[in-house]
Design a binder for this molecule. Sequence first.
Ligand SMILES: Cc1ncc(C[n+]2csc(CCOP(=O)(O)OP(=O)(O)O)c2C)c(N)n1
Ligand SMILES: [Mg+2]
Length: 291
Amino acid sequence: MKFFGSGHGACPGCGLTIAVKNTLEALNGKCFVANPTGCLEIISSQYGRNAWGVPYIHSLFENVAAVAAGIDAALKAMGRRDEGKIVVFAGDGATADIGIGTLSGAMDRNHNIIYICLDNEAYQNTGHQQSGLTPPGEATTTTPVGKIFPGKIGKKKDMVAFALAHGCPYVATSSVAFPADIRRKVKKAASIEGFAYIQIHSSCVTGWGIDGNQSIEVARLAVETGLYPIVEYENGKLVSVRKIKDRKPVIEYLKVQRRFRHLLKHPKGKEIIERLQQIADENAKKYGLDG
Ligand SMILES: Cc1ncc(C[n+]2csc(CCOP(=O)(O)OP(=O)(O)O)c2C)c(N)n1
Ligand SMILES: [Mg+2]
């Protein structure tokens, strides 16, 4: 594999590498990658074990969108814009929490960037702390399950709405369970001038508490239950939705992962499961997922 390959130290079954490989292949390696601190950086850029076959820069956790914006401005000033797209690969913590200020600025200035949020739903690199994209009910080290709390009680931030509110010309979600969908959306994003935000649901074997060989199956269940709708917006208009034939109850997704399994026996688990089912039902209604 020439764009991303040997040298990386990801867990077998890691979703991040699936998202990265498909993105780089869709662009035929014609890109400049910026990547803040997080699992992807740790598994791919250690001294002597670089896995990148494309230009790559590691930024701080909080400033990747500003670094990418700088690359955009520099390429423009040098008349080298046609040499490749600028691609950010950032975790959910970097995107929804720590780097959200510079992300807002880059979206607002509508830089020519494909920003990919690798959403594994927690700060996985540091051992599974909650982020703004951790869903309700998830047990993390900062939302531990106890007598009173059944895991996270807050909500998952709606970063799609955040990107749309900034007027980004291209906004989409995808999942590592559907590599062809990732490739199509990356190609589409590359054809559009301006800021593209793509949020890819990426399984995390250790954080989610699954086996490596369940990675795709569990990511697919998130989509098939309606909990992770796969959608696409162009210039603020919904242009595509991945339909679900027989939508499964959310419990099918929850019960196969250690991060949610406590919900089956915790006194407040039923309430959280009902809330997650309600979120899935509302997604189905909002996007017309059933069909
Ligand atoms: C400003 C700052 N805060 C905290 C850290 C510690 N830290 C390094 S990686 C990481 C987790 C990254 O989470 P996320 O962005 O979701 O990426 P993931 O590892 O889950 O792919 C944290 C908290 C740091 N390096 N810099
Ligand atoms: Mg994460």
